[in-house]
Design a protein. Structure first.
Length: 548
């Protein structure tokens, strides 16, 4: 290759564009009728054509020359070609490729694990090439770039069919209204995908509306498809397969005109925690073999050994200043339930002054207000445990260095803690407690909220009030398919069976168990709390009746 100033400029610009790439990249049919490398050479002045016929650069143009990025309006821009007079003698060839690629139809998402695209030096010459940022590379423990491209093509077909053929904007708006209005049981699980679909549907309508009135119908269709490809490339796992997810069943019910009561009833049945995303049949032998192979490839076998979490495993909003009573201060009553030896003995905290204030009535308050106003200055908090309540247990990995299998667990910020409860509010006695006042040892948000409270919007926000001496007499698994990373979805039946077959380790009265309050979930009765301030002052009683 020559060393003229135009070529030096082209090499620098291509390298800069690749280095600055942060968005998804897409393939096109730009070379369907004529190879881009041949088109490049043919557009050069005759005296430069032989000099710029290069096999190494031709390979770069064939692999990367037809790639585009797509902006928020659906417009496609060639990744490496932009007309510029600074290219001098090469300017006609660059302009020809830029024009051809800009007019091409998008055909898929481009994925490449390599850190360097192209070969910068070969045979003593410099060639078209550039390094790309790590965020652009496809690095996946299971799926190759080819496999992932094929999956994304299926996602595109599914999403296109759903939004252009199966569901109208009105259907999506009704679903979004029901979910935002908290009209559907556990609706927050799919609120995120509903909002995502509504936003994309709005963009598609704009592509066919006034904004593009001057464009042809073919161009409008291209813009819509480009917007769909852009959405597919950035979509969270499962969002594009509309018909095979809960949002699809909801939209189906709305589309056929079911009344609200029928829609709500069907949604509640499908979102039952005992069945939602949980396989109901035993795994097949083939799925078990696939699970063994996948877990071996990911090196995550030890991550499925789980134990009850302790306070040290939690990121807490509040910790008690007071040591909870030792376990030995309880004995069994005539009906077999644990009973405090000192039940009925008045303490200093139950002085006439404190009783007078508590007797004045509890202040009804939301969880969010309690968090803002009462927790910072609390030395001790007591919870009135009713006969039944929403009891939860936090669990975690036995091996702190086990591979990340939970969605919110990351190598740079470990958090393998999950949780379980039982389908109906259980009795206090089933969690080793009696009805009455009990000390809290800590208060913690649910694990998916620890790093970023808004990051996992499909999981219900909540707070666990860790009760001293609380632990379950009946275990759960604490590692459900809806908690797992996307790569484990194909083997969820085997994972479910595995967790049911294993026992949780580390169960004792120091476990992180207690009563939870969760957004959108009405407690059987308001949670009564006595908050004892640090320093002078008397306890205040609150009745927490809702999240916010």
């Amino acid at each position: 290759m020559g060393a003229d100033a135009g070529y030096d400029t082209l090499l620098a610009r291509v390298s800069e564009r690749l280095a600055g790439l942060r968005d998804a990249v897409f393939t096109t049919d730009a070379d369907v009728d004529w190879s881009l490398a041949d088109r490049f050479v043919a557009a050069l002045p005759a005296e430069l054509q032989q000099e710029y016929t290069c096999a190494t650069c031709a390979r770069f143009i064939a692999e990367f020359g037809g790639l585009v990025t797509i902006d928020a309006s659906g417009a496609a821009t060639p990744l490496v070609w932009a007309p510029d007079p600074a290219y001098e003698g090469l300017a006609p060839a660059v302009a020809a490729l830029a024009e051809r690629v800009a007019a091409a139809a998008v055909t898929g998402v481009y994925l490449n694990p390599a850190a360097q695209w192209g070969r910068a030096e070969h045979g003593g010459f410099r060639h078209l090439a550039g390094a790309v940022d790590a965020s652009v590379r496809h690095v996946h423990p299971v799926d190759s770039a080819h496999q992932r491209r094929a999956e994304l093509a299926k996602d595109f077909a599914s999403l296109r069919r759903a939004l252009l053929d199966e569901y109208s904007s009105d259907h999506i708006d009704v679903a979004l209204g029901l979910l935002r209005g908290e009209k559907l049981f556990r609706g927050e699980k799919i609120l995120g995908v509903a909002e995502w679909l509504a936003d994309l549907d709005q963009r598609l309508r704009e592509a066919a509306g006034k904004r593009y009135r001057t464009t042809t119908k073919r161009r409008q269709a291209e813009l819509r498809d480009n917007l769909l490809w852009r959405a597919v490339a950035a979509a969270p796992p499962g969002f594009c397969r509309v018909r095979s997810t809960m949002i699809g069943t909801l939209l189906d019910d709305i589309a056929v005109g079911k009344p609200y009561a029928a829609v709500e009833r069907a949604f509640r049945q499908k979102m039952d925690p005992l069945s939602y995303q949980r396989p109901q049949a035993k795994p097949s032998r083939g799925n078990l073999r696939d699970a063994e192979a996948l877990i071996a490839k990911l090196g995550s076998a030890s991550a499925f050994d789980r134990r009850f979490a302790r306070l040290d495993d939690l990121e807490t909003l509040w910790r008690s200043d007071v040591e909870p009573p030792a376990a030995s201060t309880t004995s069994a009553s005539s009906d077999g339930r644990a009973q405090s030896v000192f039940a009925g003995v008045e303490s200093r905290d139950d002085s006439p002054k404190a009783r007078a204030l508590v007797g004045a009535g509890a202040q009804t308050i939301t969880w969010e207000k309690l968090r803002r106003t009462a927790l910072a200055d609390a030395a001790r908090i007591e919870l009135w445990v009713p006969t039944t309540a929403h009891f939860y247990a936090f669990v975690t990995a036995v091996d702190p260095d086990a591979a990340c299998v939970v969605q919110w667990d990351r190598e740079d910020r470990r958090n393998p803690v999950t949780w379980y409860t039982h389908s109906a509010p259980p009795a206090a006695v089933d969690w080793s407690l009696t009805s009455g006042w009990h000390d809290l040892t800590a208060i913690s948000l649910f694990p998916h909220q620890w790093a970023d409270e808004a990051a996992f919007a499909h999981q219900t926000p909540g707070a666990l009030l860790v009760v001293a001496g609380c632990w379950p007499k009946r275990e759960g698994t604490g590692l459900f398919p809806e908690f797992l990373r996307a790569e484990y979805r194909p083997i969820r039946a085997s994972v479910e069976a595995l967790m049911r077959a294993r026992e949780l380790a580390g169960r004792d009265q120091a476990s992180a168990c207690g009563v939870a309050l969760r957004a959108g979930v009405q407690p059987p009765q308001p949670l009564r709390l006595r908050v004892h301030p640090r320093g002078r002052g008397v306890a205040r009683e609150y009745a927490v009746d809702r999240w916010d």
